[in-house]
Ligand binder design. Structure first.
Ligand code: PLP
Length: 444
């Protein structure tokens, strides 16, 4: 079974002449024959230009927390549109949204807005470096923090032999090699390794960038004890703790991952769910650190706090804060996990779920991974085979096993569960058939 993609394929051939890879972001290219184009979306569903319908668990990599075309958010965005666009001056609404963020996130004492997750993290790193007076920074294996040069360093897990540490390599050509000397990588969930690094490089390292739930790596999660140790070590060694909540923020809890872990960052970054798909992000954090913005540190941008996005964020955050939307989303995620587990158990396929029900990693091994290295030994070939078969059956997940599944409020209202489970059972059976003996051994 392969869904019809003629129109998308024809469009791709035209688009590739004007747009590198035929798309606007490398991650939207699925191959010359499999890149497809979207006609429209509503609730938890998407339709492509060939008329194929999908229940969407990618949700644009996370922003759509309530559902596509949410009428409450879109009405607010229209209000922002009527106000204008950007004025190179501020509006009263900026304070209203900042107040909401500070109410929801205890670590947030002051806020600055940007347009994307990348911009927020970029600003966080600059502020942290200025505050600490040290340019070096630490990232965790499997972490992802956006598409700017300082963040485009990635763990080469595919190339890892299983001995020693995996290498940290540039994600892209064009990233100056000279930047490598400023970044250190540590395995997640190993506080001793972190302490050892801080002890050796205390005079060089000014910031630690971390996602407690790795939104781009199967939702692999830090242990609560590890996050507490991270907090304590950063304080002890004068390192600014930046918790990157671009994916977890306003999704896994009102106060994001920090609420779940019971810790407070020095700086934290938000984007995705904050505006239900309208482009807006925020850098928030300690008053003494944030206050250096405008004194010695520059932050700004023509489109920051754009009236449309800001109005959308005001409404989205109001809904997430004042209704039970996040409980509905997590509840749907729980029921989905139970249903998927039922399908897999019936076929004897070892699996576990990682992360949070609203941002859920599906892992084909019996024990949850403690870090990215465990991904290497999980049966991701099974996942990689399953994913396109599921997409063909109208359930949209990322083809790469490292991208978690995202839930939105509209999934729970749209009767998506039964359809997903039916498609999942059929796709698992097709995977077992396709993998033959290999699939059988996965099921043993
Ligand atoms: N940080 C994290 C944790 C992310 O997941 C992402 C994007 O997926 C980013 C930063 C970059 O955000 P954006 O794609 O909006 O620039």
């Amino acid at each position: 079974m392969q869904r019809k993609l003629e129109r998308s394929r024809a469009h791709f051939r035209q688009a590739a002449k004007r747009l590198p890879l035929g798309v606007a972001s490398n991650f939207r290219y699925w191959g010359d024959d499999d890149t497809f184009y979207i006609e429209r979306a509503e609730g938890g569903r998407l339709w492509d230009i060939d008329g194929n319908a999908y229940i969407d668990y990618r949700l644009g990599y996370g922003p759509t927390i309530l559902g596509y075309c949410d009428p409450r958010v879109d009405a607010a965005a229209m209000e922002g549109m009527r106000q204008g666009s950007v004025f190179a001056l501020s509006t009263e609404r900026e304070l209203a949204v900042a107040e909401r963020i500070c109410k929801m996130v205890p670590a947030a004492e002051m806020v600055r807005f940007s347009c994307s997750g990348t911009e927020a993290v970029m600003a966080a790193l600059r502020v942290a470096r200025a505050f600490s007076g040290k340019d070096g920074y630490v990232v965790a294996e499997g972490g992802y923090h956006g598409v700017f040069d300082a963040a485009l360093w990635t763990t080469d897990m595919e190339g890892w032999s299983g001995q020693g540490d995996p290498e940290l390599v540039a994600y892209s050509e064009g990233v100056p090699g000279i930047l490598r000397s400023l970044v250190w990588q540590v395995p997640l969930n190993d506080a001793d390794r972190l302490e050892d690094l801080f002890k050796r490089k205390a005079d060089k390292i000014g910031a630690l960038l971390i996602e407690p739930i790795q939104g781009n790596c199967c939702a692999i999660s830090a242990d609560p004890a590890y996050m507490k140790a991270v907090r304590e070590l950063c304080t002890r060694y004068g390192v600014v703790l930046i918790v990157d909540e671009v994916k977890t923020g306003f999704r896994v809890a009102r106060g994001g991952a920090q609420e779940i872990y019971g810790i407070q960052a020095d700086l934290c970054t938000y984007a995705k769910a904050m505006g239900n798909g309208y482009p807006i992000s925020a850098l928030a954090g300690r008053r003494d650190i944030m206050s250096i913005i405008g004194q010695t540190v520059v932050h700004g941008g023509t489109f920051t706090a754009h009236a449309v996005s800001l109005a959308a964020a005001e409404k989205t955050l109001e809904i997430l804060d004042e209704t039970d939307a996040l409980a509905t989303i997590a509840g749907y995620g729980e029921r989905l996990r139970e249903g998927l587990a039922g399908v897999l158990e019936a076929r004897g396929i070892p699996h576990c779920f990682v992360g949070h029900p609203a941002l859920s990693g599906l892992f084909f091994s019996e024990t949850p991974p403690a870090g990215y290295r465990d991904w290497k030994t999980s049966d991701h070939v099974f996942y990689d085979t399953l994913a396109p078969l599921l997409v063909d059956r109208g359930v949209l997940i990322e083809p790469d096993s490292r991208e978690p599944w995202f839930m939105c409020e509209a999934h729970a209202k749209g009767g998506c569960l039964e359809e997903t489970l039916k498609a999942f059972a059929a796709a698992v059976d097709a995977t077992l058939e396709q993998l033959g003996d290999r699939g059988q051994s996965a099921a043993e």
